[in-house]
Write a protein that binds this ligand. Structure first.
Ligand code: NAD
Ligand code: UGA
Length: 438
């Protein structure tokens, strides 16, 4: 099929690359000239495992093209995916200006029947809005349909998630239109949920907010465990083995960051209130998450009477492993808190340092985790990259000034690290050594 993806970010680029890899003719459009130029030269704007290889190979074979010219994309395609950003406004409302702009451009250049598919995460009713904008602005009297096909990929495993999604949600105005999308996705052989446009739009927010709620719930329990002398890691194991609960998304720690859970839960709360329904559960999820880095900072401050003149090694800056994305990363809140308390920071992240440098040029960026711990008064694990899991603590002990470990993601074994001579502070577990209670 001939496909156009408007917006060549995480979603648009990965969607475009995967559809091309499946044999479709794909044009990726973006307003960012630099991004398109780089992509034409095989340079990826984001770090995503397997993406560069997939893009290069399909571009070379002519199935994947990049342009800033939306007219070219729209005219050449039967299905046009909207994959632009939908950032939050103050108060949580979703900023739909990019979606509106794309809808207007599509209307301008449509010359025959098109299926316009919304992949951006948008509040319920946006499909209707896109329809109205196109209807109002179309230059030719041609027919079109608007579909909602929310995206569930995760950064860091975007290609795999796109090729093997748990489900594909298609919110279409009619069976015939849904069939067209079914045909496009059939080759993946994954479960497909066919529904109406409004329900599909809500499925996306409900899914993200539900996952966020699992994380905040387990973090609430982590705080209780800490105060009550329990161990949240054991509690999670005890809960997660119940099939009805499941063990996924129950990792306690610094909470969720990224470009999606924070903005999508705020947007869902906003929409819920807009419709006059009760959003207090979603507000609580957000509130708990907002307290996570403050809680860890408080623990660090309690351990050291003053942070002034102290040096901290931060391991991990990305909002989660396997990405260079630092949007709403918990590391940023921690770095700010430590700097405000006049501490010195030595940080290391395998992919995200260049992005953090733009915000905090004043901290020391290191070549690896060991270099970061050199002369530090404590190390703080913020992002659980695999390479940090098997850290050689004997080596770290020889480099660090004080063997103190704050484990923001509970990836280390408290007893083991304590046996190696470290004071250990996790999230929702009792401290080992040092004798300072949480
Ligand atoms: P992004 O910021 O990485 O990319 C968006 C791209 O759209 C940018 O390159 C921008 O230049 C481009 N753009 C903006 N206006 C444009 C226009 N008028 N014409 C052409 N291009 C335009 O965003 P993203 O992370 O890919 O997210 C896109 C949407 O998908 C959002 O709604 C997001 O919530 C949703 N989503 C994201 C993820 C994720 O993991 N990142 C997963 C699922 C859903
Ligand atoms: C999330 C969803 O998982 C995707 O399905 C969705 O498509 C995407 O948002 C989106 O809508 O954009 P993503 O933000 O890439 O994907 O990352 P996740 O793996 O979900 O992690 C989000 C955050 O939650 C990270 O900061 C992670 O550290 C944190 N997290 C995750 C926890 O604190 N505990 C957990 O148990 C799991």
């Amino acid at each position: 099929m001939n496909i156009c993806a408007v917006g060549t970010g995480y979603v648009g680029l990965v969607t475009g690359a995967v559809f091309a890899d499946l044999g479709n003719e794909v044009i990726c459009v973006d307003v960012d000239k630099e991004k398109i130029e780089s992509l034409k030269n095989g340079i990826m704007p984001i770090y995503e495992p397997g993406l560069r290889e997939m893009v290069t190979h399909n571009a070379r074979d002519g199935r994947l093209r990049f342009t800033t010219d939306i007219k070219e994309g729209v005219r050449a395609s039967e299905i046009v995916f909207i994959c632009v950003n939908t950032p939050p406004k103050d108060g949580g409302e979703t900023d739909l200006s990019y979606v509106r702009a794309v809808a207007k451009s599509i209307a301008e250049w449509m010359d025959d029947y098109k299926i316009i598919v919304n992949k951006s995460t948008v509040p319920v009713g946006t499909g209707d809005l896109v329809r109205e904008i196109i209807e109002k602005n179309k230059h030719k009297d041609v027919d079109f349909d608007v579909v909602s096909n929310p995206e569930f990929l995760r950064e860091g495993s975007a290609i795999k998630d796109t090729l093997e999604p748990d489900r594909i949600v298609i919110g279409a105005p009619s069976k015939n239109v849904a069939m067209k999308l079914l045909e496009l996705y059939a080759v993946l052989e994954r479960p497909m949920i066919i529904t109406d446009v409004h329900s599909a739009e809500i499925i996306k927010y409900a899914s993200n907010a539900f996952l966020a709620s699992k994380i905040s719930f387990v973090n609430l329990i982590a705080d209780l465990c800490e105060l009550a002398g329990a161990n949240v890691n054991h509690v999670v194991r005890g809960m997660g083995t119940d099939k009805r609960i499941g063990s996924l998304f129950l990792q306690p720690g610094l909470g969720y960051g990224g470009s999606c859970f924070p903005k999508d839960s705020s947007s869902l709360a906003h929409t819920t209130r807009q419709y006059g329904a009760d959003a207090s559960l979603i507000d609580a999820i957000i509130h708990i998450n907002d307290q996570r880095s403050t809680r860890l900072l408080a623990k660090i401050k309690k351990r050291f009477s003053s942070l002034e003149g102290k040096t901290f090694a931060i391991l991990g800056l990305a909002f989660k492993p396997n990405t260079d994305d630092i949007r709403e990363a918990k590391s940023l809140e921690l770095v700010k808190g430590l700097l405000d308390s006049k501490a010195t920071i030595r940080a290391y992240d395998p992919e995200a340092m260049n992005n953090v440098k733009k915000i905090f040029p004043e901290i020391t960026y290191c070549q690896n985790a060991y270099e970061a711990t050199e002369g530090a008064d404590a190390m703080i694990l913020v992002t659980e990259w695999n390479e940090f899991k098997l850290l050689n603590f004997e080596k770290v002990k020889g480099l660090i000034r004080q063997p103190i470990l704050f484990d923001g993601r509970n990836i280390y074994d408290a007893k083991r690290t304590h046996a190696l001579g470290f004071e250990y502070y996790g999230m929702g577990v009792q401290p080992y050594g040092g004798g300072v209670s949480a």
